[in-house]
Design a protein around this ligand. Sequence first.
Ligand code: ADP
Length: 281
Amino acid sequence: AAQPEAFNIHGHEVRCVRKDGSEFSASMSFSDVQVGGRRLFTALVMDITERKRIDRMKSEFISTVSHELRTPLTALIGSLALLKEESGPLSPTAATFIEMADKNADRLVSLVNDILEIEKIEAGMVELKMERIALGSFMEKALAMNAGYAEQHGIRYQLASPPPTVEVMADRDRLLQVLTNLLSNAAKYSPSSEVVSVRAERLDNRVKISVTDCGPGVPDEFRSRIFGKFAQADTSDTTKKGGSGLGLAISKALVEAMNGQIGYDSAVGAGATFYIVLPVA
Ligand code: ADP
């Protein structure tokens, strides 16, 4: 007889009710094992009230700090701009240092913005403008808008085949933001002079958009954390690649808010394919 398909659900979040009627959050995991020819199931339910409370405190702390960082940062960037414009010719060394300060201030601003953005999405405060989007022209525009970034990394984005003639239901700007994130990651992790292949295909009443690179792939042990906040497989290469580990967390939150899914397939050393699945309009 055919082997039954492996059954594995990990850390699915649910609301549970206590005997006294009060509610709490729990994490449920299911899996199956074969014991002496019999198929047995295990279910694990864990009260995660405390974990959620700590997560909330952590988010509030990060968000307060981020807001507080914004004001001095704006002043810093303004001063740097004035210094460049009004201080007359600078020595090459001074110019280099100012350039460096400027770049790092920019990085800090985008980090602070990312933190505030994800906090907003998680709090359900992002308003989505859901509309019908023709896939073909959208994909072409997305690739064209990101071509400059690809060039900086010495790679090229290529549509694997013409996208199907179909409309998806999504928020145009947010979908572009998600696709841009996947494309820029693929460019960052691809060896130069490679092609990053982009594909759009129809699966019944859904559309799958995938971005495939020939980079190092994603380590298996990173799988459970990759869509988490500040998650990076190799923290030692942060400065080299740039990034905060927030891009995929933001993408996941946005895609799910648009009734879609995000995921990836990867074998270490053999590249990665990140994909999103969206409902057809
Ligand atoms: P960032 O790129 O800013 O670090 P992301 O949330 O976009 O943040 O990505 C999180 C981590 O996932 C990256 O630091 C990297 O370790 C891994 N990752 C993302 N995309 C790829 C890819 N195409 N190939 C290999 N690893 C990737």
